[in-house]
Design a protein around this ligand. Structure first.
Ligand code: NAP
Ligand code: ZN
Length: 368
């Protein structure tokens, strides 16, 4: 048995956690830059809670609220300039995975005068500014991962960077901030959390410790399934989803993701399919692809989801996720080539080549 374990993030979980534990932020300095998307930080109530808490501890702040979905290198470059201009001591990211990932990149760019592309060298002369993460979706687990996944328009895909220094210092998880999510965003992000647990459990880099988190995440997701399907999503369910998402993040912090994520980035980049939904659509055929190598482990997960086989897993995803695009042959060829550039092609328990990716895409989507 050989493994390393490190979660560089202090997790503070529970209703009203920002008010109760906000004083912990004083050690990071006197000036914060708050990084958000356009609306959800305000709508969720998280921004108000953070601003009130900062004011009560005499920490001044400015807000950068221009993070788009699937943020680009240009987006984080702008945010990095803003952090430098305002002399921020630390960054507070509020939102879904997009603002949280952007915060990590902005924190590196604030302390290192480098081109955004140089983020991918994963070595920084100066430590990034400390990042505090407040998720308003329950999916990516970005609040406890070192990863920042940014859109690379030059490569027509999304790519992640991150090292031990880019773990958020503190994650405040309050499920009330996820209540404003519409059903579709709730479901898509929940399926992302599931895919992190499933992929992390069934990949080359899984460890005995990450497996514990993965099983617990799938169990918690499973307890929410009927509520997600029937759209009866109360605060208890939201808390379980946030817990599952956090655990999923802890899993992939150690294991990384698989070619499911690698393929999914094409669906997001070229077709605008939300990240979690993209993974959810692809997972059934991926499970079929690896079933011979990991049947026993897959069956453990199925039991937690109260299903019997891969087909029933597919039915479940169909119940949760609406709409599936058709793909052209040339589109599939392009997606295969781009996917092969992703590191995640090396993290699968069955070796993955071009024809395997093509096979999974053709079985998942009707071909035009
Ligand atoms: P997102 O892109 O952050 O947000 C999607 C949409 O949901 C946005 O329009 C956002 O609005 C809205 N939204 C967020 N919270 C809301 C709330 N409480 N109420 C109402 N609307 C809300 O979605 P996400 O799925 O959480 O993040 C996806 C990104 O995370 C992708 O870029 C993906 O690659 C990345 N990711 C990162 C990791 C990691 O480990 N770092 C893991 C998986 C995925 P606003 O724009 O107004 O905020
Ligand atoms: Zn993901």
């Amino acid at each position: 048995m050989q493994f390393n374990y490190n979660i560089g993030t202090k997790v503070i979980f529970g209703t009203d956690c920002i008010r109760r534990y906000g004083q912990d932020l004083s050690v990071y300095g006197k000036k914060a830059l708050i990084v958000t998307g356009g609306r959800s930080a305000r709508e969720s109530g998280a921004l108000d809670d953070i601003c009130n808490m900062l004011s009560s501890h005499n920490i001044v702040f400015e807000i950068y609220d221009r993070v788009g979905n699937n943020p680009s290198l240009d987006n984080v470059e702008e945010g990095g300039k803003k952090a430098r201009q305002c002399n921020a001591d630390f960054i507070i990211g509020i939102g879904g995975g997009s603002p949280l990932d952007a915060s990590k990149a902005i924190a590196v760019l604030a302390s290192n005068e480098i081109e955004p592309k140089e983020l991918y060298a994963n070595k920084f002369k100066y430590d990034p500014l400390p990042v505090i993460a407040v998720p308003t979706t329950a999916g990516t687990g970005s609040e406890v991962t070192p990863y920042s996944i940014l859109t690379r328009n030059d490569l027509q895909t999304k790519m992640s960077f991150g090292n031990d220094a880019t773990f958020p210092k503190i994650a405040f998880l309050d499920a009330r901030y996820t209540e404003s999510m519409p059903r579709e965003v709730t479901v898509n992000t929940a399926v992302d959390a599931l895919s992190h647990a499933v992929e992390g459990y069934l990949c080359r880099k899984s460890t005995p410790v990450s497996d514990i988190f993965a099983v617990e995440a799938v169990k918690s997701f499973g307890e929410c399934l009927s509520s997600l399907i029937d759209n009866r999503i109360n605060l208890d369910i939201r808390e379980k989803l946030l817990y599952a998402a956090m655990l999923g993040g802890m899993v992939i912090s150690h294991t990384g993701t698989t070619v499911v994520h690698g393929m999914g980035y094409n669906l997001t980049y070229f077709l605008g399919i939300p990240h979690g939904k993209a993974n959810g659509l692809l997972m059934k055929e991926y499970l079929n692809f690896i079933y011979d190598r990991a049947g026993e482990k897959i069956n453990i997960l199925f039991k937690l989801l109260k299903i019997r086989n891969v087909d029933e897993f597919g039915d479940l995803m169909d119940l949760l996720l609406s709409g599936r695009p058709k793909l052209g042959r040339e589109e599939i060829e392009k997606f295969v080539l781009i996917t092969m550039q992703q590191r995640s092609t090396l993290n699968n328990i069955r070796e993955v080549g071009k024809s395997d990716i093509e096979g999974i895409l053709k079985k998942t989507f009707a071909v035009l």
